[in-house]
Design a binder for this molecule. Structure first.
Ligand SMILES: NC(=O)C1=CN([C@@H]2O[C@H](COP(=O)(O)OP(=O)(O)OC[C@H]3O[C@@H](n4cnc5c(N)ncnc54)[C@H](OP(=O)(O)O)[C@@H]3O)[C@@H](O)[C@H]2O)C=CC1
Ligand SMILES: O=C1O[C@H](COP(=O)(O)O)[C@@H](O)[C@H](O)[C@H]1O
Length: 481
């Protein structure tokens, strides 16, 4: 074990890889939760199926009184759902264990760590306050040398707690062993942004304030709360999605070209963008909207009022839809609004970044029908690229018509959680969030959280299965499409 918090961090031990053949342990804290079952285990299953993690011991832990059998069933179902049914995966399942524990208690953590062997990866699939308390308890007892920590978003619950957590983690392991997870960074479409932007001559010269009218990043889901009140009701849409995932997408869309894709270059460029990001007109009231769904129906599924969902405390006023307008105050982007939105229980899945270009300087007299701007669309599900252009339509050659050119992005080998797990198993931080960036993202949203807490922005209601509140920052623009 490393010595506890006050002493120097552990020496870096190389990550176990296929090449080293060392058998490592993945310890999942929060093993009975939604994230583990729905995203983490399927991602792990697919990663194992590639054969690049030859020996893995999997230990799940949570407060529920589960036993090994129940946990193995969960792992089997999750692996099976993604076709991860080979001998390697079966062996991992057969040998996996479930250890009930309150992961904020030192004694429980000690006995958990005693079940682990080889290089250790600890995945905190926990609500943020529980993660912080668990990390503090670990800092008191120490972890084996070389341990890598994977921490879910939201990282902390505000800027101060994010900084404290960073400081605490620095006493536990070196920074290159801390993987702050944002699974949007593992989505291949998001990564494809880099290829689209920097491996083509035609886009990059026009991605700036001279040519771009606005950038919208939208992640609307048809999912509702899905039984996650324990975490979600304390977070809400702004913290759950915008403060983390959507700001990461913004950083990739707005960053300057890195000379290489080495982690320090990419992470450095992203950090520059986020340091320059401020609320639109520095006005948290005008720059934000919030809403909460009421009862409704989506694809034949009836959703209750969010406020009536089990575990929800209506007095908290948790939003299920958040919108934010920011500006990236750099030479390239100053004055261009970036509008971010994420909503639950919406009428349709809408997951895309849309770059809307300014009008041409002058459309010649005699060409008619120009009424919509050009747009570049990057879809995050379905994963596709779209370009809306004005061309001469059929019939009258002087009449313009908008056409949509589309191309599918090639699917990645792995789902997002497979990608981020691979990063941690191989000790590559490219897809994880740097310590300062985790704090910077809180700096951007904190004035909005304060304005909402003070009641300065009304909590609007929208029916589940609708397009969201009428008073949207970005709705009308999207509706034109
Ligand atoms: N679900 C998702 O789609 C995604 C979630 N995330 C992130 O993952 C994290 C967890 O979210 P999610 O899985 O949805 O939340 P859940 O509420 O479904 O799961 C949280 C888990 O933590 C466990 N837990 C809470 N306190 C303790 C404790 N003291 N000791 C041991 N276990 C404890 C809970 O056990 P019990 O139920 O027994 O209390 C539960 O298994 C959040 O930070 C979220 O942002 C990130 C991406 C996607
Ligand atoms: O982090 C989260 O992401 C999911 C959406 O991600 P996806 O990969 O499942 O599309 C969101 O539903 C959840 O609320 C949030 O915690």
């Amino acid at each position: 074990m490393t010595t506890p918090a006050s002493s120097a961090p552990a020496a870096v031990v190389p990550a176990a890889t296929a090449a080293s053949g060392v058998r490592q342990t993945l310890l999942v804290l929060g093993a009975s939760g939604d994230l583990t079952g729905r995203l983490l285990l399927p991602g792990l299953g697919r990663l194992l199926a590639t054969g690049s993690v030859p020996g893995l011991r999997l230990i799940g832990s949570g407060m529920d009184g589960w036993d090994d059998e129940r946990w193995r069933r969960r792992v089997t179902d999750s692996f099976g759902a993604v076709g991860a049914v080979g001998p390697l995966e079966s062996e991992v399942i057969r040998e996996s264990r479930y250890v009930p524990a309150d992961v904020t208690r030192e004694e429980d953590l000690r006995s958990l760590l005693s079940c682990c062997s080889g290089p250790l990866v600890i995945f905190f699939a926990l609500p943020p306050l529980v993660t912080a308390r668990s990390a503090a308890a670990l800092a008191r007892i120490g972890v084996p040398p070389g341990t890598r920590l994977m921490l879910e978003k939201p990282f902390g619950v505000d800027r101060i707690s994010a900084r404290s957590l960073n400081e605490l983690l620095a006493t536990l392991v070196p920074e290159n062993q801390v993987h702050r997870i944002d699974h949007f960074l593992g989505k291949s479409t998001v990564l494809n942004l880099l290829g689209l932007r920097f491996a083509n001559r035609i886009f990059e010269p026009v991605l700036n304030s001279a040519h771009v009218a606005c950038v919208d990043i939208v992640f609307d889901e048809t999912l509702g709360l899905e039984g996650r009140a324990g975490y979600y009701d304390g977070a809400g849409a702004l913290v759950d999605m915008v403060q983390s995932h959507l700001l990461q997408v913004l950083a990739l869309l707005a960053m300057d070209p890195p000379p290489t894709l080495r982690s320090e270059e990419v992470r450095g460029r992203k950090a520059q963008v986020l340091r320059a990001t401020r609320l639109w007109r520095d006005d948290p009231v005008a720059a934000s909207r919030r809403g909460r769904y009421t009862a409704g129906e989506i694809d034949g599924r009836r959703l209750p009022n969010y406020a009536d969902e089990p575990g929800v405390d209506p007095a908290r006023g948790t939003e299920t839809l958040a919108e934010l307008a920011v500006t990236v105050d750099t030479w390239r982007w100053a004055g261009v609004p970036f509008r971010l939105r994420s909503g639950k229980a919406m009428d349709a899945v809408r997951k895309e970044a849309i770059i809307t270009f300014k009008q041409p300087t002058r459309v010649p007299d005699g060409l008619t029908g120009y009424d919509r701007p050009d747009r570049l669309r990057i879809g995050f599900g379905p994963d596709r690229l779209g370009l809306d252009l004005n061309i001469n339509g059929p019939g009258n050659p002087f009449e313009l018509e908008q056409v949509n050119l589309t191309a599918a992005f090639g699917p990645g080998d792995l789902p997002a959680y497979g990608e981020v797990l691979r990063g941690a198993f191989e000790g590559d931080p490219t897809l994880s969030v740097r310590a300062d960036v985790a704090e910077e993202c809180w700096r951007i949203v904190e004035p909005v959280l304060a304005a909402w807490k003070a009641g300065a922005v009304p909590l609007q209601e929208y029916r589940a299965g609708s397009t969201g509140p009428a008073d949207s920052l970005i709705g009308p623009v999207l509706d034109e499409s």
